[in-house]
Design a protein around this ligand. Sequence first.
Ligand code: PDD
Length: 285
Amino acid sequence: MSRISYVNGRYVAHRDAMVHVEDRGYQFADGVYEVCQVRGGRLVDEERHLQRLVRSLCELRIALPMTLAALGVVLRETIRRNRVRDGLVYLQVTRGVARRDFLFPAPETRPSVVVSARNIDEAKVDRSAGEGIAVVTVPDNRWERVDIKSVSLLPNVLAKEAARAAGAREAWFVDKDGFVTEGGSSNAWIVTRDGTLVTRSADFGILRGVTRGVVLSVIAAQNLAFEERQFSVEEAYGAREAFVTSASQTVMPVVAIDGRPVGNGAPGLVATALRRDFPDYAKVG
Ligand code: PDD
């Protein structure tokens, strides 16, 4: 079966899915995106993703290209046409096509909308979760507005490539004061020696992850010990557990940081339980 993508109002063969060379996403990374999990052919946490999309667009003063209901229809249709059961749907909105100029184009310029979807090998992700992943720390050299889910991801690309070169699966960004901000494409968590879950507060320093939000509801519902605060690399080295959250992996245990084993070097009990319970709390629609 050949893949189909949505590009500016049309469903086209994925191999022919193209945007113009003067699309501002291509020229300036002037756009935003969302990645939603698909489970059993259905969107996970659509509302939270679309609300975050609206916020990102608003912060960058890009117009919402269509109603949220219409966007939902396009996401579902792309999932359906690609027969995605368990996978991801990707949505990108840019400021549109205009002659290359740094200044915003004329207000009537239509934002570009691209949607693609694909299956992921769930068994493979589960196998990774069973083993846990390694992370390495890198300086956080991104701009200050990482709360906006912008397609400007070069520092993330370089960080994740550095992680791969070091034999790790994710990079953890560290701010100038030695505190972990978040992963290259995930939010970062630890469980302290006394069993308290810790993650950085979602100020401007991190992306407010949808998966992070769902894990917060699991924590609240199960009355788990939790602190929303900064944690240093040193504290993470000494943690009982660590894990990352993202739409593509939900809860993924971290078993090594900078080559040092976390806890006993195996996926932790808290992370494993959160991963197990996650589907009960995520909204599927
Ligand atoms: N990444 N932080 C960063 C920098 C991210 O890129 C992501 C998501 C997250 C987690 O957000 P969420 O739980 O909403 O997926 C945190 C997506 C999956 C990506 O770029 O592929």
